[in-house]
Write a protein that binds this ligand. Structure first.
Ligand code: PEP
Ligand code: MG
Length: 541
């Protein structure tokens, strides 16, 4: 604890100095208050006492005592004290982050194969695990399409989330099997079970190798319809994996990860560098860069200071950007400048109202004028598209189709908002289902609206990478799918075994079902005929 406090002070001092150098004296003062608090014995001593005498864990003692102090400030009733309470909550979060960071530090020296068992992991912690060469993880909390799971897939790390009580069932040193495909965690397996899973793992690797060796085959159906398969990435370096796996470009670059991996927002230059790196690696292939999708389960440090009651329904994505225009403009300027170095498309997340698209376009126009005046080059015709991932946007897709240059259907969010099921909450994970007829009906209408006006419609949610859904999506008229790079070969194999007419008949049949069970049974039957091995790989999670 003492070391975390010292580390907290050292880092706050660094941030404070950076802020005042950038001219933010007011912001720098906030950090002075943080520093005073960390030296205030009336706060720190009770934390020590709780840890030593009450024998509670350090995280709990910090959270409790900071919360009590924040509550005292809030009760004082004035605006100034309310602000102080918010500062205290911010500091609480920082100290807790450093305390848990210590846990991540413990991973640095790990050499043997280790599985991490945690209550919950944030997306950025997941990236840290990968860097520390951890082989797999399992958590109590989380859902299949939460960003921690998505990252695990991107990093090819076996993971099972939402196990509810994995932390209480497993002890340090236990032998554990994490079967990410089957969505199963087995504790202390006997030798027979262990041998069976070792064999399964070897077979899985063999299948992966076979699929990869077909990766350069063209992505066309048996009757000659080309299907574009793209990759979803979080960092430019993943573009290599997209290409190696036979993808023809990037359908979704989640730029918020640049923000999640550091305490301070990246500058325009930092961003320009990342976008140019992506352009260089994509080498003329399609590259769709999504503007910041922060909020919900992807917090920035600053956002957490004032936690929202319902973050998935809160100030996230495009709403957050339009409410923080300086931050947004920095990103848009970097994107405009990057467009001079190669072709990009810009995509806006979580658009709900047509005004959000129009407002963004106005900001882009203003910035374009500024760049013109400064004599800085940029592409004047960058296609601006939207993610269709709220039921409102889906229902209004005819209107949007006239204003956006392309659509990408974000089924991860579309499912959660249509079915009112939090995508990251293990308690309702059983209700989260892409095969729900209401979801499928919305997807169909979005594709129809886009095709009617003649704009591209792709799917970039997790179902795009699930072979189970490939025939159905093609039958609905989708011709571009964007997924985790490692999923491309399996989807390509299915595409190459399909005929469009057959897919369309399947989509019509599925459209007549009124339950997700019927839909799933039908899709399984179809996939069994095309690629039974893909069916085996798509049953779990
Ligand atoms: C989606 O919602 O389907 C999507 C692709 O975006 P994200 O998973 O980043 O929210
Ligand atoms: Mg989304």
């Amino acid at each position: 604890m003492e070391r975390s406090l010292e580390e907290a002070k050292r880092q706050i001092l660094q941030i404070r100095n950076k802020m005042s150098l950038r001219g933010g004296d007011e912001a720098a003062k906030i950090f002075d208050f943080h520093l005073e608090l960390l030296s205030d014995q009336s706060l720190i001593q009770p934390i020590r006492d709780d840890i030593l005498r009450e024998r509670v864990v350090a995280e709990y003692a910090v959270a409790e005592n900071f919360d009590k102090l924040a509550a005292r400030f809030r009760e004082m009733g004035s605006e100034i004290f309310a602000q102080k309470a918010a500062d205290i909550s911010d500091l609480r979060r920082r100290v807790l982050t450093w305390l848990s960071g210590r846990a991540t530090d413990r991973l640095v020296g790990v050499t043997g194969p280790v599985i991490v068992i945690a209550h919950e992991l944030t997306p950025s912690q997941t990236v840290e695990l990968h860097r520390a060469h951890i082989v797999a993880f399992a958590t109590d909390a989380g859902g299949l399409t939460g960003h921690t799971s998505i990252l695990a897939r991107a990093l090819s790390m076996p993971a099972v989330v939402g196990c509810t009580r994995v932390t209480s069932d497993i002890e340090d040193g236990d032998t554990v099997i994490v079967d990410g495909d089957g969505g199963v965690v087995i504790v202390r397996p006997d030798d027979v079970l262990l041998a069976r899973y070792q064999l399964l793992a070897r077979e899985g690797q063999q299948r992966q190798r076979e699929l990869r060796s077909d990766a350069s085959q063209p992505s066309v159906t048996r009757d000659g319809m080309p299907i574009t398969l793209l990759g979803n990435i979080e960092f430019p370096e993943e573009i290599d994996a997209v290409i190696k796996n036979g993808g023809s470009g990037v359908g979704l670059y989640r730029t918020e990860f640049l923000f999640l991996m550091s305490d301070l927002p990246p500058t325009e230059e930092d961003q320009l560098e990342s976008y140019c790196r992506a352009i260089e690696l994509a080498a003329g292939r399609p590259l769709v860069i999504r503007t910041l999708d922060l909020g919900a389960d992807k917090y920035t440090q600053g956002q957490l200071a004032e936690a929202e009651r319902n973050p998935f329904l809160g100030l996230r994505s495009i709403r957050f950007c339009l409410a923080n225009q300086e931050l947004f403009k920095t990103q848009l300027r970097a994107l405009l400048r990057a467009s001079a170095f190669g072709p990009i498309k810009v995509m806006l997340p979580l658009v709900t109202h047509v005004m959000e698209l129009r407002q963004t376009r106005m900001l882009l126009n203003d910035l374009a004028e500024e760049l013109d005046e400064a004599g800085i080059a940029f592409d004047r015709n960058i296609p601006i598209g939207i993610m269709v991932e709220t039921p409102a946007a889906a229902l209004m897709s005819r209107t949007f189709a006239h204003e956006a240059r392309f659509f990408s259907i974000g089924t991860n969010d579309l499912i959660q908002y249509t079915l009112a099921v939090d995508r990251g909450n293990e308690r309702v994970a059983g209700l989260y289902n892409a095969a729900n007829p209401a979801v499928l009906m919305l997807i169909k209408s979005i594709v129809r609206a886009g095709r009617h006006v003649g704009i591209d419609v792709s799917v970039c949610g997790e179902i795009a990478g699930q072979p189970l859904f490939t025939a159905l999506l093609l039958g609905m008229g989708v011709r571009t799918l964007s997924m985790s790079p490692g999923q491309i070969p399996a989807v390509k194999r299915v595409v190459r075994g399909l005929e469009i007419e057959h897919c369309e008949a399947l989509a019509r049949r599925v459209g007549s079902f009124d339950s997700d069970r019927q839909v799933l049974a039908c899709l399984r039957d179809e996939l069994r005929k095309i690629d039974p091995e893909a069916l085996a790989g798509s049953e779990g999670g």
